[in-house]
Ligand binder design. Structure first.
Ligand SMILES: [Zn+2]
Length: 166
């Protein structure tokens, strides 16, 4: 997201060269830059032993409801990405994290997002699903990888996790 107007005072932004950065949007009134912004999310594969948890989200679209995806969510202000990964697994699956491991970051062009990928090992216990979910299930690695759509970030995440184990 590139700003045209200052989000603080509403003034139309001009452009400045700042060090190595060229054409940085600049507010003359506030005297400061407004760098491009994008959303930052976590995408998480919850794992227990050799199994991975995938979820189905409630959605008005039948095609979306039928699709297994990874746990994911926006990182809140003043929250670390690791805390967001733990929180999302707890909110969506009702399971506490034993360990949180960063795998890689992924650019999701379609939504202009940076997604930080994690593998979270979880405690024993039954799923306690969030109201936003329709289903969750444990799958072995081959099945989980085949259920995640080819071009999805989730598919790249599981591929990267499995590569580590080789
Ligand atoms: Zn301003």
């Amino acid at each position: 997201m590139r700003f045209c107007h200052c989000p603080s005072c509403g003034e139309r932004l001009s452009s400045r060269d700042l060090g190595d950065e060229h054409n940085v949007p600049w507010c003359d009134k506030c005297g400061g830059p407004w760098f491009e912004m994008f959303y930052c999310c976590v995408i998480v594969l919850a794992r227990r032993g050799e199994k991975f948890a995938l979820i189905k989200q409630k959605s008005p679209e039948q095609s979306e409801r039928d699709k297994y995806v990874c746990v994911s969510g926006y990182i809140k202000t003043s929250e670390s990405a690791e805390d967001a990964a733990r929180r999302e697994v707890y909110e969506e699956l009702g399971l506490a994290a034993k360990s949180v491991r960063f795998i890689s970051s992924y650019v999701y062009e379609k939504k202009q997002m940076l997604m930080l990928g994690y593998c979270v090992d979880v405690d024993e216990g039954e799923f306690k699903l969030s109201d936003e979910l329709y289903a969750a299930q444990w799958f072995d690695k081959e099945r989980a990888a085949s259920l995640l759509k080819d071009t999805s970030v989730g598919n790249r995440l599981i591929a990267d996790i499995l590569k580590e184990g080789e």
